[in-house]
Design a protein around this ligand. Sequence first.
Ligand SMILES: Cc1cc2nc3c(=O)[nH]c(=O)nc-3n(C[C@H](O)[C@H](O)[C@H](O)COP(=O)(O)OP(=O)(O)OC[C@H]3O[C@@H](n4cnc5c(N)ncnc54)[C@H](O)[C@@H]3O)c2cc1C
Length: 458
Amino acid sequence: MPKARCQNSAREVALSGWGRYPVVKSYLQRPEKISSLKNIIQESQTVLPKGAGRSYGDAALTPKGQTVLTERLNRMLAFDQQTGVLCCEAGVTIEEILEVFVPRGWFPAVTPGTKFVTVGGAVAFDVHGKNHHRDGSFSHYVQSLKLILASGETVHCSRNYNSELFWATVGGMGLTGIITEVEFSLRPIQTAYIRSLSIKAKNLDEAIALFHQYEQQYQYSAAWIDCLASGESLGRSILTFGNHAESKNLDREQQAKPLDVKPKRRFTVGFDLPTGLLNRYTMNRFNAFYYNRQCSRFAYSVVDYDSFFYPLDFLWNWNRLYGRGGFIQYQCVLPTEVSREALVKVLKLCSQKGWGSFLGVLKRLGQQEGWLSFPMSGYTLALDMPLKPGLWKFLDELDQIVIHYGGRVYLAKDARLSAESFRKMYPNFPKWLEVKSKLDPHNLFSSALSKRLQIQSI
Ligand SMILES: Cc1cc2nc3c(=O)[nH]c(=O)nc-3n(C[C@H](O)[C@H](O)[C@H](O)COP(=O)(O)OP(=O)(O)OC[C@H]3O[C@@H](n4cnc5c(N)ncnc54)[C@H](O)[C@@H]3O)c2cc1C
């Protein structure tokens, strides 16, 4: 069949990632059966799998190519009660896993800050959670993967079998093939609640000291950081730590149904906020309000898992708050030894230039495994910034600080990094490219991101 035929049968649509920038036109396929994937692959010149569209930038976009939406490839196939190993199709979402397995006493071993991601997307970016420094990233719990390659062949891989393909695929951004099935382990839980402690830190030094002090006692940790604070208050934060609660930690009402969480009301943002509202003044006011909201230095609570892990999920389409032009989340990681010095430079630049963020998040990360996986031992800082004139220049400056200190930018959030900077940040890229060039010499699997960063087969 001629390659152009597939494009005629699919709908051409405008697509973007969660940050709503860039927007590209692509042919959308929504197969219901894994068996259709082979035909799509054989009939296309460029293909890219797309999960729930929660990567921010251009990683799940393939201009003028075939976008294979995996939302209907979402069957759960097997679960082992003894080991907690689930085998499912890659289009299953974390939300679906939570709905089925929390009432049975199981929880994802690693979850990102939104439950609206697919298992395929979680593998393709080897996502990390608030427990990365202790438990590693998603791939750490993956027993095996099944994927369809550019040749149309279906293959299995794991740490021990086809291991090069495994390490190129976790964090491989859909560029090695379409993942169809994933076998990975869940963790047992006694309750659907988290025992949480929030601590106010008056500046960055105190925040770092608190992370060190509490990270052995708590499985989960993250901090909201005021990225516009300066002087003595530079890096002031509210740190949140958490552990899965045991039955004895719950009140009487919760103890009666320890694995039940009432569904939350979801609110929708029905319009695009004018970008002008997101300025230094409103951000300063918001950050001061947020920091002072917690009166005491320490606050203990028991909260349901939904509120602890996914606070933003209650606001459907919250990305509209950044205006029609979209926004960038700049997430970088900086090695432990130089974290403090590098973070001071980054935060000072934000504060001086007024490029702040309502949602500054600071987290601890542990070591990386996947070749293009983002984590490294150190601190990661994530900042949301609306697209406005001057942003690119400012982020280029941040890149230079990150590169200077041996850190890297998270590609799941990226839409503007240069090919040159990418190479400096991801030293294992040549290994990855070797596997890609062997398996997909004609770059059948290609994205706007892979073209921008020139990370295609040569
Ligand atoms: C509010 C919010 C909070 C977040 N918090 C975190 C966090 O804490 N930690 C973190 O690591 N990330 C976080 N993320 C990023 C998110 O976890 C990743 O971008 C994830 O990859 C999105 O999954 P998705 O299913 O939406 O995939 P998409 O965005 O649709 O696609 C992402 C990539 O996966 C590839 N892909 C999708 N399905 C397949 C498949 N079946 N086979 C092969 N490749 C595939 C795509 O080609 C693309 O390259 C967050 C995102 C949001 C919006």
